[in-house]
Ligand binder design. Structure first.
Ligand SMILES: O=C(CO)COP(=O)(O)O
Length: 122
C-alpha cells in the first residue's frame, strides 16, 4: 500500500491541514504517518487515519527518516518554514538527505506537494 509522510513546521501547519483537507479523498487511500504535532492536527481537523511519531523536535523527523531508509515510504510531504531556524535543524537535514539517498519523492512546499500528490495518483 502507498505510504506517505506528512510533516509541517508550526507556521506551515495551517497550510498542510488545508492541503490534507483538499486532498482528503485521495489521502484516505494511503497509509499516512506524520510527526507528532502535525499528526495530531490532522487527526483533529480531518477524518484521516494518521500514525504519529514523536514530535519533530524530539526525534520525529529521524523516525520518518528511518522509515525512508527501510523502504517503507513512497513520498514525503514536508512543508518547511523557510523563514525560521529550527533547533533540530540537523534532524531535518538528515531526513532530506535520506530521501535523496533512497530517491524518495520529497515535497518541501505547497506547489511541489501538489505535484507529488498528482504523481502518486497516476
Ligand atoms: O518539527 C517538525 C519537523 O521538523 C514537525 O514536528 P511536529 O509535527 O511535531 O511539530
Amino acid at each position: 500500500m502507498t505510504r506517505v509522510a506528512l510533516i509541517a513546521h508550526d507556521e506551515t501547519k495551517p497550510d498542510l491541514v488545508e492541503f490534507a483537507q483538499a486532498h482528503e479523498e485521495q489521502l484516505q487511500q494511503y497509509e499516512l504517518i506524520a510527526t507528532g504535532t502535525t499528526g495530531n492536527r490532522l487527526l483533529e481537523e480531518t477524518d484521516l487515519e494518521v500514525e504519529c511519531t514523536e514530535s519533530g523536535s524530539l526525534g520525529g523527523d529521524l523516525m520518518i527518516g528511518a522509515e525512508v531508509a527501510q523502504g517503507n515510504l513512497d513520498g514525503v510531504i514536508f512543508l518547511r518554514d523557510p523563514l525560521e531556524a529550527q533547533p533540530h535543524e540537523p534532524d531535518i537535514s538528515a531526513l532530506l538527505r535520506i530521501c535523496d539517498v533512497h530517491d524518495i519523492a520529497l515535497a518541501t512546499n505547497r506547489s511541489s506537494a501538489e505535484f507529488l500528490i498528482d504523481g502518486l495518483a497516476d
